[in-house]
Ligand binder design. Structure first.
Ligand SMILES: C[S@@+](CC[C@H](N)C(=O)[O-])C[C@H]1O[C@@H](n2cnc3c(N)ncnc32)[C@H](O)[C@@H]1O
Length: 306
């Protein structure tokens, strides 16, 4: 049984996840290899042309919640000229959601607080049609090369890359029209991609990340303009890194949550965990378990500033 295999690798993980999702499907999908998907880069080409050409070689299936997104079946998509030329970006389907719900349009001032390697930065730039300005920031010098090379490869001329701790941006009060905090997290959603994330998972690390995420989201909210939109996302399923972070923001600021309406299946957000009760408002967040849509596990919250 898959759960028992998981237990052999990381007993504490299974003990905790018995309280989050103990279904057979959860473990089945956690062990199943992830489907490949890509997003068409409409800064360089239209969706129809790419789909027509790639359909000669691959079976494609639309991602229901992202009109430029496709699942791809068959080997070799990263060996195609489309990939080499930056016409498609290999991106996990659930990770396409945050830019889709940011209400992006031309000429906005946007902060992508934790941006490397740039999947969402390039998607944001694309939705702004290369206008306005996107500050794509990451704290890790070693990850900036890949961020910069993706920005160049995908033809994003409205992006400026910075190397700061995300909390630095809190000083720019009421500045950005949109902020994305795609936070560093314990990567439980990525276990499907690589079992190393199961081996590496530690509750102590989850708690440390939760503290970091709370300070990052507070800075992100400070930097947001009134009437602006802040999107918070993680690719993990631990409530301390998801609902608890959003509950913390709601408790400490005047932030409001907006319900995310997309054609995507989801799991009820968690309202109470280990004796901590969260605001009922967190019901508006999107908690995606791997079996919901056969994707990575993912969490998204859409916040607005009055
Ligand atoms: C989930 S990844 C971001 C993925 C990226 N948004 C994308 O779509 O390609 C989280 C990122 O947060 C960065 N990070 C970690 N701590 C940070 C901090 N204090 N401030 C800013 N970025 C941070 C990591 O280096 C990592 O690149």
């Amino acid at each position: 049984m898959i759960k028992e295999q998981f237990r052999e690798i990381n007993r504490k993980f299974v003990e905790k996840y018995e309280k989050i999702d103990d279904s057979k499907e959860f473990y089945e999908f956690m062990a199943k290899p992830i489907r490949q998907s890509f997003r068409v880069n409409t800064l360089k080409i239209d969706v129809k042309s790419v789909v027509e050409r790639l359909s000669e070689e691959f079976e494609l299936e639309r991602v229901p919640w992202c009109k430029e997104g496709f699942f791809v079946y068959g080997e070799g998509i990263t060996k195609t000229p489309e990939f080499a030329l930056g016409l498609i970006f290999m991106q996990e389907a659930s990770s396409m959601i945050p830019p889709v719900v940011m209400d992006l349009k031309e000429n906005l001032f946007v902060l992508d607080m934790a941006a490397a390697p740039g999947a969402k930065t390039t998607q944001i730039s694309q939705y702004m049609n290369n206008t306005g300005c996107v500050i794509a920031n990451d704290v890790k010098y070693s990850r900036l090369n890949i961020l910069i090379s993706n920005v160049q490869k995908y033809g994003c001329i409205n992006v400026v890359v910075t190397e700061k701790d995300g909390r630095y941006f809190g000083r720019f009060r009421d500045t950005f029209d949109r902020v994305l905090l795609d936070a560093p997290c314990s990567n439980v959603g990525m276990i499907r991609k690589n079992y190393k994330y199961l081996k590496l998972w530690r509750q102590m690390e989850v708690e440390a990340l939760s503290r970091l995420q709370k300070s990052l989201i507070l800075a992100a909210y400070k930097a947001l303009k009134p009437k602006g939109v802040l999107v918070y996302s993680t690719c993990t399923l631990d409530p301390e890194e998801n609902e608890e972070v959003i509950d913390y923001l709601l408790y400490n600021t005047d932030a409001k949550l907006e319900k995310i309406k997309l054609p995507v299946k989801s799991t009820e957000p968690i309202l109470e965990f280990n004796g901590k009760r969260y605001s009922e408002e967190v019901k508006k967040c999107l908690r995606i378990h791997p079996q919901d849509n056969d994707t990575e596990g993912f969490f998204v919250a859409k916040v607005v500033k009055p």
